[in-house]
Ligand binder design. Structure first.
Ligand SMILES: [Zn+2]
Length: 199
């Protein structure tokens, strides 16, 4: 096999959910499409890598050309009274698909993991506390993944914000949001948001 094909297969195989056989199929298909049509594909990837940054307020994905704050943070239609806390920017879309949350978001960038040296300052937690205060947030909904660390992170946030009069809740069932984007899963997240419990 030509080294160009091998290199492409290796790159494609590094993507999540793609095994060797799928990577080979995609690489062969790209060769068959020819340079012009592959150019559109590579241009989109280049734009994605260079053109997407994160919101300076909440950490959501943001186009490089859209200023410093995202459309959630700047929307006059979204309430500042509820703030949904997620681990990763991609988790926002799982919550957003439900249509259940009309508040703002806050991306932590991970979860507390003392053994790995990840404390509150390594995450976007200090910013969460300052935002909750300045926005006048009444409820923080913790939607971190249902791991030991995800739960501990929720309790840490609750311990800090409850004395300030902010209600802190946790989505009801253990769902790892990042992978959940299809319809059935959206229904489950929807239910989980409605049945959230106080921390
Ligand atoms: Zn934002």
């Amino acid at each position: 096999m030509p080294p160009e094909l091998l290199a492409a297969i290796e790159a494609i195989e590094s993507l999540p959910g793609i095994g060797k056989r799928s990577a080979m199929r995609i690489a062969f298909d790209l060769v068959k499409r020819g340079p012009l049509r592959v150019a559109n594909f590579t241009a989109a990837l280049k734009t994605l890598a260079e053109g997407v940054t994160t919101c300076s307020e909440c950490g959501a994905f943001l186009s490089n050309t859209a200023g410093s704050a995202c459309s959630f943070c700047t929307s006059p239609k979204r309430t500042h009274e509820t703030l949904c806390v997620v681990e990763n920017a991609s988790d926002i879309y799982a919550v957003e698909n439900t249509g259940e949350h009309n508040g703002l978001y806050h991306v932590l960038g991970g979860v507390l993991s003392p053994l790995d040296g990840i404390g509150p300052s390594e995450l976007n937690i200090p910013k969460l506390f300052s935002r909750a205060k300045s926005l006048g947030t009444k409820e923080v909904i913790v939607a971190t993944n249902p791991s030991v660390e995800g739960n501990a992170t929720g309790h840490y946030i609750a311990d800090a914000l409850k004395p300030l009069g902010v209600r802190v809740t946790r989505i009801a069932t253990g769902l790892a949001l990042g992978q959940l984007l299809d319809y059935a899963e959206t229904q489950a997240i929807s239910q989980s948001l409605r049945q959230r419990v106080d921390l």
